[in-house]
Design a protein. Structure first.
Length: 445
């Protein structure tokens, strides 16, 4: 189950942890026994705010004193209780994930059945050591299923995600793993392959079926109506600029979509479902390919939101030699073929770095996205967001996806206001260490 996130400054309810307990003025567990106990969620030892229908994992930590003081996770050895059961429950390994599932929440998992506050207690041994932790469950203001498909290509798969937005200006939560996904009325058009992945059949086309994501923890649900659609072709979109060599050591991020004859339908991302080979006449040792999934932000109106997307990555292995790739989606009579543009690759390095925008204003809980661009030895500026290292000077105010990669530059504000510096770094063989700084102002209501 996904752990819920919490916001600094939120009302956390009663939250007290006891560092020691005594019998006859002596610590319990003298010698090598436990002398202190506390509850922890992430880095917090006082309390957490979660979302209605959500879950979060708590740990009970004990301190042992003796020849060598130590700490140990004793979550499975304590008895967990809630001061407000039925509103906010806690598992001792006895709470079923949903009725009839035969699977259970792990020990120490807090389950928010509805909104409210509770004190979660952990009791060690005979109860002489106890710890408490406050949990505040906030209401849901909305749910959405991503991607927003109304059509699927025959015989294709689509993985769906459930994002839940709390009230009171809190960060949106990914509860995909907390939901039970189903197609309630059996349909010949599609079935649940596993988890939240839907497998489409060959036919019938244009016959709608309903996808449901249900949160049994609080018995809320959301549905999406989808049908198989006739595909007119594949559409390719590229990250790197056309007509220029791709530097060896970086790669081009390509998205491949099925486009439907129903022009009102959103294209379906098929980037991870293709057969890829070099086009006829091209050396297969020129380029390498792989697929990846991002959680980068997408724009809905003026609000940035999380949305998972698959991509094909094309990287160069040899300098100044051309190559094209043939992409095929061949599924039970649906045979779609597309050629990529012709690639060449070059051994060129970065000479300068730029970050866009140069300054950002974020109002919590909106997310932000920074983009990096690099100028290379050939004088051409190219997208470079995925290849720099991002860092935030003030992680209590703003976190930035720091390792680069497919999600690089994603900004997540916390529920406090202030100014944070975000840095983009890259070390070039020809220019040395390059660094760009962006000022991010975070506002909260």
């Amino acid at each position: 189950m996904m752990a819920s996130r919490f916001s600094r400054g939120a009302c956390l309810g009663a939250a007290v942890f006891l560092l020691a307990a005594c019998k006859n003025s002596n610590p319990v567990g003298e010698g090598t026994g436990p002398t202190a106990l506390w509850i922890q969620s992430g880095t917090s030892t006082s309390g957490a705010q979660i979302i209605e229908c959500g879950t979060t994992a708590l740990s009970a930590i004990a301190r042992f004193e003796g020849d060598h003081d130590s700490q140990s996770d004793v979550s499975s050895r304590v008895v967990w209780t809630s001061s407000n059961p039925g509103v906010i429950d806690v598992s001792n390994g006895d709470l079923e994930t949903y009725p009839g599932s035969g699977s259970y929440f792990s020990t120490g998992t807090v389950v928010a059945r509805t909104t409210g506050v509770a004190t979660i207690r952990a009791s060690y041994g005979d109860g002489a050591l106890m710890a408490s932790f406050g949990v505040d469950a906030k209401p849901i203001s909305g749910m959405r299923i991503w991607p927003e498909l109304t059509r699927m290509a025959p015989n294709s798969q689509a993985k769906f995600y459930l994002y839940v937005h709390p009230e009171n200006d809190a960060l949106e939560q990914d509860l995909t793993g907390s939901a039970v996904w189903s197609i309630p009325s059996s349909s010949p058009a599609a079935y649940i392959a596993s988890g939240s992945t839907v497998q489409g059949s060959t036919n019938p086309l244009d016959t709608p079926f309903t996808l449901e994501a249900r949160l049994y923890t609080c018995d809320q649900k959301i549905t999406r109506t989808i049908s198989l659609g006739k595909v007119s072709g594949l559409n390719l979109s590229y990250e790197q600029p056309a007509g220029n060599a791709v530097p060896i050591g970086i790669d081009d991020r390509v998205r491949v979509d099925a486009v439907f004859e129903d022009t009102s339908a959103i294209p379906q991302n098929l980037s991870s479902q293709l057969v890829i080979k070099n086009a006829d006449g091209y050396d297969p040792d020129i380029a390498s390919t792989s697929t990846t999934t991002s959680n980068t932000t997408v724009t809905s109106g003026t609000t940035a939101q999380l949305g998972a997307n698959d991509y094909l990555l094309v990287g160069g292995l040899q300098d100044k030699k051309p190559v094209k790739l043939q992409l095929t989606y061949d599924k039970s009579g649906l045979n779609l073929v597309a050629l990529t543009r012709e690639y060449t690759f070059a051994n060129i390095d970065v000479t300068s770095l730029r970050v866009d925008p140069a300054s950002v204003d974020l109002t919590f809980p909106d997310l932000g996205q920074l983009s990096a661009y690099a100028t290379f030895e050939d004088g051409i500026e190219r997208p470079f967001t995925r290849f720099v290292t991002w860092s935030s000077e003030n992680s209590d105010l703003l976190s930035a996806v720091g390792s680069g990669g497919i999600n690089g530059g994603l900004l997540t504000p916390l529920n406090v206001g202030g100014e944070a510096k975000v840095f983009a770094n890259y070390t070039s063989d020809v220019a040395g260490k390059l660094e760009e700084r962006v000022i991010v102002n975070v506002h909260h209501n």
